[in-house]
Design a protein around this ligand. Structure first.
Ligand code: FES
Ligand code: FE2
Length: 373
C-alpha cells in the first residue's frame, strides 16, 4: 500500500524542548498555518493514532455501513452478516471510486458508486461487471483494504497504522473516574458538523482552557463554578472538571446533572459528559488553515419522546457556545498568520491543559524527526 512521506519541515530544535509551564512559550505560530506541518500532522499523528469514527448505534444491523474520514482517508465501517464490525478504506480497487458517501444498509454486498464493482461485507471482491477478456486478474487480489477498528463504550475507533498500538492506554482510567456515569448505556441522537477557518490545533488549544470562558462565553460562565474548575493531566488525555453552581438553572442537561467532565483524548477527540449525555467533538484537519468539527450527541434516553424538548434545548445551548468558539478561533488563526506573532506564554492557573497538549505535540514531532534520521 502506498503511503505519503512528507518532506519534514525545518524545525528549530529549541522549539521542540519542553519547559515547565511557568517558563514555557506556546508553540510557534507556523505550526498552525504552514502546509508542511499539516502534512507532518497527517502522516505522523493522525495516520498512526486511534481515531474516533462514530457510535455503534450508527451501524445498527447486519449490512449497515457508515462512511468516515481518518487522516484525510475515506473509510467505511460495515456491520457484516455475522454482526461483526469491520472497517475498510472506502476506495474501490478498480479506479478508486467511493463505495458509499452516506450512511446506509445493504443486504449482502456494497457496490461501488462508479462502475458497480460489488464487494461482500468481509471486503472480498465478488461481482465485476463487463470483465470478459481481462487477463492476469484474480478477484482475490482486489479485495477492499482493511483498517483496524475497535470499540470502547459504544464508540468506534479506527487506526490506519498496519501495526497499530494497543488501544487500552488511550482511554485507561476514564470509566472509573466518571462512575457511576456509564457511557456504554448511551445511544446516538444526532450529528452536527461545523467547518471552521482555523488549524485543528487552534480549536484544540481553545477547548483546553477555561481561561476564555468569562469573556467569550458569558452565559456559560454563569453555570460553571469557576472557583472549582480543575484540570487533570494524564499520559494520553486531559480532563477539565467543573461542578455546576447550585444557584443556577441547568435544566437543559437533565435532572441528574451536577457537574461537567470535559475530556480531551489525543489527538483530536473531546468527550463532554454531563449527567446522562455525552457530546463528542471530533476535530478533523482539512488543510493547514481549516478544520471541521463534528459533534455527536448521545443520550441515555435519546429516543424517548418526553426527552426531546430537553435534548433540543441542550443542542441549542451548545450551538450558541460553539458559535462563540468558532468566531474567536477564526480570529486567532488570522492573528497567528500575522507579522505580529510567533509565540506567547501560558497562564499557570488556567492553561495547564494547553501546555500539556503542546508538550505532547512536541514529543510527537521529536519522534517524527528521530524516525526520519
Ligand atoms: S471505480 Fe469502482 S467500479 Fe470503477
Ligand atoms: Fe469555548
Amino acid at each position: 500500500m502506498s503511503t505519503t512521506r512528507p518532506i519534514l519541515p525545518e524545525i528549530d530544535p529549541a522549539d521542540l524542548l519542553e519547559q515547565p509551564i511557568e517558563r514555557a512559550s506556546t508553540i510557534p505560530a507556523e505550526w498552525s498555518w504552514d502546509p508542511a506541518y499539516h502534512a507532518l500532522d497527517r502522516e505522523h499523528i493522525f495516520a498512526r493514532q486511534w481515531h474516533y469514527v462514530g457510535h455503534v448505534s450508527q451501524v445498527p444491523k447486519p449490512g449497515s455501513y457508515l462512511p468516515a474520514t481518518v487522516a484525510e482517508n475515506p473509510i467505511l465501517i460495515v456491520r457484516d452478516l455475522e454482526g461483526e464490525l469491520r472497517a475498510f478504506y472506502n476506495v474501490c480497487r478498480h479506479r478508486a471510486g467511493p463505495l458509499a458517501t452516506e450512511p446506509g444498509c445493504v443486504n449482502r454486498v456494497v457496490q461501488c458508486k462508479y462502475h458497480g464493482w460489488a464487494y461482500t461485507l468481509d471486503g472480498a471482491l465478488r461481482g465485476v461487471p463487463h470483465w470478459d477478456r481481462v487477463d492476469l486478474f484474480d478477484k482475490k487480489d482486489f479485495g477492499l483494504l482493511p483498517v483496524a477498528l475497535t470499540v470502547w463504550e459504544g464508540m468506534m475507533f479506527a487506526n490506519l497504522d498496519e501495526h497499530p498500538e494497543p488501544f487500552d492506554p488511550v482511554t485507561a482510567g476514564i470509566r472509573e473516574r466518571i462512575a457511576p456515569i456509564d457511557l456504554g448505556a448511551l445511544t446516538f441522537h444526532s450529528r452536527l458538523s461545523y467547518p471552521i477557518a482555523c488549524n485543528w490545533k487552534v480549536y484544540v488549544d481553545n477547548y483546553l482552557e477555561g481561561y476564555h470562558v468569562p469573556i467569550v462565553h458569558p452565559e456559560l460562565n454563569k453555570v460553571l463554578d469557576y472557583n472549582e474548575y480543575v484540570t487533570e493531566t494524564y499520559p494520553r488525555y486531559s480532563l477539565q472538571y467543573s461542578p455546576f453552581r447550585q444557584d443556577v438553572d441547568t435544566a437543559m442537561y437533565g435532572p441528574t446533572a451536577s457537574e461537567a467532565f470535559y475530556y480531551f483524548i489525543f489527538p483530536n477527540l473531546m468527550l463532554n459528559i454531563i449527567g446522562g449525555r455525552l457530546q463528542t467533538n471530533l476535530v478533523l484537519p482539512v488543510d493547514a488553515n481549516h478544520c471541521v468539527v463534528v459533534f455527536d450527541y448521545l443520550y441515555v434516553n435519546a429516543t424517548a419522546p418526553e426527552a426531546q424538548a430537553q435534548i433540543a434545548a441542550d443542542i441549542a445551548y451548545s450551538e450558541d457556545v460553539q458559535r462563540e468558539d468558532i468566531e474567536v478561533c477564526e480570529q486567532v488563526q488570522v492573528g497567528l498568520r500575522s507579522r505580529a506573532y510567533r509565540t506567547g506564554r501560558f497562564s499557570v492557573q488556567r492553561e495547564e491543559g494547553v501546555h500539556h497538549f503542546q508538550a505532547w505535540l512536541k514529543g510527537m514531532y521529536r519522534g517524527a524527526l528521530a524516525a526520519a534520521h
